[in-house]
Every structure is written in structure tokens, then in C-alpha cells.
Design a protein around this ligand. Structure first.
Ligand SMILES: [Zn+2]
Length: 232
């Protein structure tokens, strides 16, 4: 139903177009008699772009439709408008392509450069706990005094002697019961000249200067070892 309607509509459009072309040819050949004088250029321009200001009952419309001079001017104006519209469209498409390209480039630039910037801003720090006691009950605070800046830190921790290899959770907390977590990271050990060490990236840039605790917890052990830490 819809298909046949659609087809007949297309056929009607073609038929009307054909009639219009026949009419145009007759007008341009001077076979029609226009009534009244030729309207001004502005009116023809408005008519060519089918301005809603123009009423079809306006006698100048009848004139233009039957005057060879006005008709050829109208056809030229329509041609002009069509190519201008095409140019505007090409310009618009080019502009949106340029915007898209810029967005893509900015995206690529940002993706490529953000990690570098972060790395450049991060401070490398090493905390050496090699001589810190690992025997429970010992007072690690007397053995070790750790100080870190309030910044993004690539932190390398040399673990105490006899520490197990494996994964460690490193946390910086307000107290030595694990309360008031400031930052934490999880990393595997690597051995350097027989010393187990871990490297994590932590953000202390928002931490206020003061006394904190650094803790290390081996993945297979329940106990965390706390070391007094000063953020400066
Ligand atoms: Zn005319």
C-alpha cells in the first residue's frame, strides 16, 4: 500500500517537473504573453529562493511565470543559489571535519603526553627498611625514621632482612592500627643484590604535613608492620 503510494508520488513529481520544464521552454521561447511590467531584482531573488514573504496571488508571480526575461533571470538565480548552498555545505562539512580532526589530535596528544607529565611530576623516593626489625615486639620506630614529601611519589621500599618475596600491600595511614588511610598500593617484590624491594606509585600531594605510619603487609600474612612516617 505504502510502496505503491510512494511510487505514484514519485511519478507525479516527475510529471509535474516535466510540465514545469515544458512551460519554461514555452516561456523562454516567447510563446507566452506576460502581463504588467517586470518586477525588480529583489522580488525575483525572493521568488527564486521561494521566500515565504511572497504570496502566490501576487500579480508579479504571474508575470515572472510568463515573461521570458524574468524566467531566464529566475533560472539563473536558482542555479546561483543552488551552487552557493552547495559551497556552504562543502564549507560546513570541511569545518566539521577540521573540528573532528582537531579533537582527535588533541585526544592523541593528551593521551600520549599525560602519563609523561605525571611521571615528570612524580618524585622518586627510596625508603630503606633493611635494618628495621622484623621480629614482632621490637620497636621499629626506634630503628627507622622515614620522611616523604607531600607529592606524587614513585616509592621504592627496600624490605627488612629475611622478608619473604611475593606481593605486598603498602599503606600510609594516620595511626598504627590502619585507621585514616592516606594512600595505598599493591606490588610484587623484586630482588636487587639480595635485598627484596617493592616499588609503588602513591599520591601524597593532598596529604597535610605531619606524623603518619607506613605499613607493609605480605599477601600471605595477616600482620602488618608499621613504621613511623613523616610527611613534609
Ligand atoms: Zn518580466
Amino acid at each position: 500500500m505504502r510502496l505503491s503510494w510512494r511510487r505514484s508520488s514519485d511519478a507525479e513529481d516527475r510529471f509535474e517537473q516535466w510540465i514545469a520544464q515544458q512551460h519554461q521552454q514555452r516561456v523562454l521561447a516567447g510563446e507566452t504573453t506576460p502581463s504588467g511590467p517586470c518586477p525588480d531584482e529583489k522580488f525575483l531573488r525572493d521568488l527564486a529562493r521561494r521566500s515565504p514573504n511572497i504570496s502566490l496571488s501576487d500579480p508579479r508571480v504571474d508575470h515572472a511565470a510568463t515573461c521570458p526575461t524574468c524566467m531566464s533571470r529566475l533560472l539563473a538565480l536558482r542555479q546561483e543559489q543552488r551552487s552557493r548552498r552547495r559551497k556552504v555545505m562543502v564549507a560546513a562539512v570541511a569545518a566539521s571535519c577540521a573540528i573532528l580532526m582537531a579533537a582527535v589530535l588533541v585526544g592523541i596528544y593528551t593521551t600520549r603526553h599525560t602519563p609523561k607529565t605525571e611521571n615528570a611530576m612524580a618524585v622518586s623516593q627510596t625508603v630503606n627498611l633493611w635494618d628495621a626489625g622484623t621480629v614482632r615486639g621490637e620497636q621499629p620506630g626506634q630503628l627507622q625514621s622515614v620522611s616523604l614529601p607531600a607529592a606524587h611519589i614513585n616509592l621504592t621500599i627496600v624490605l627488612p632482612q629475611h622478608s619473604s618475596a611475593g606481593q605486598y600491600l603498602v599503606a600510609i595511614t594516620r595511626d598504627q592500627n590502619g585507621n585514616g588511610l592516606i594512600a595505598e598500593g599493591f606490588s610484587s617484590t623484586s630482588a636487587t643484590s639480595g635485598k627484596e624491594q617493592i616499588t609503588i606509585s602513591i599520591d601524597l600531594s593532598k596529604a597535610q604535613a605531619g606524623q603518619y605510619f607506613l605499613s607493609t603487609t605480605h599477601e600471605q600474612e595477616q600482620a602488618a608492620y608499621y613504621y613511623p612516617l613523616q610527611i613534609r
